[in-house]
Ligand binder design. Structure first.
Ligand SMILES: Cc1cc2nc3c(=O)[nH]c(=O)nc-3n(C[C@H](O)[C@H](O)[C@H](O)COP(=O)(O)O)c2cc1C
Length: 170
């Protein structure tokens, strides 16, 4: 049985090479809306989304990543979305992951490439990047669970095989 949504989910891949073409604000807003509508534990909505669309801020984060990791962890993407919530909340990882996955799938539906980037918390908790974290308005009591980068792919699409024993039905 064919289903448009399931096909979109199955077509999503992580992209690590981006062209200079910009994602429109309209498409970004649609992707963010999909993130916002993710489920949350007990509907507490403890997480926040910060979409970095302004090139100056994107560059600041790239420079920050070079300082800490010695490379651009964001692969030249034009948009970086940080998803964060209270560090000490037991649901923060689960809630943020739902938000992130909704955004990856929404991006795929709009033919926009994406990738989860895990390094943002490490980059922005480094003392050298304290000022930037404050500028971005992410308190030190927050945990950046993950980031979603967006852009147009420069690489050919390749969907990875899943393990044969991934699923069991009993
Ligand atoms: C929790 C998590 C952390 C990840 N961190 C990174 C990362 O920091 N950098 C990166 O290039 N890809 C990262 N990825 C993407 C995975 O490498 C990717 O999902 C995996 O290789 C499967 O490929 P696919 O997404 O194309 O299906 C992450 C994915 C997840 C779910």
């Amino acid at each position: 049985m064919e289903n448009k949504v399931i096909n979109t989910i199955k077509n999503r891949t992580s992209t690590r090479s981006y062209s200079a073409k910009k994602v429109s604000l309209k498409k970004l807003e649609l992707i963010l809306e999909a993130g916002k509508m993710a489920p949350s534990g007990m509907n507490r909505q403890i997480c926040n989304i910060l979409a970095i669309h302004n090139g100056r801020y994107v560059n600041s984060l790239v420079e920050a990543s070079k300082k800490v990791r010695g490379k651009d962890c964001y692969y030249g993407a034009k948009i970086i979305i940080l998803v964060y919530g209270p560090k000490d909340d037991p649901f923060v990882t689960q809630d943020a992951s739902c938000i992130l996955e909704n955004m990856f799938v929404a991006a795929e539906a709009l033919k926009i490439a994406s990738c989860w980037i895990n390094q943002s918390e490490g980059i922005l908790s480094d003392p050298r990047n304290k000022k930037l974290r404050a500028k971005l308005g992410i308190g030190e009591d927050k945990l950046i669970v993950g980031s979603c980068i967006l852009g147009y792919s420069e690489a050919p699409k390749s969907i990875k095989e899943r393990k044969a024993d991934f699923i069991r039905i009993i």
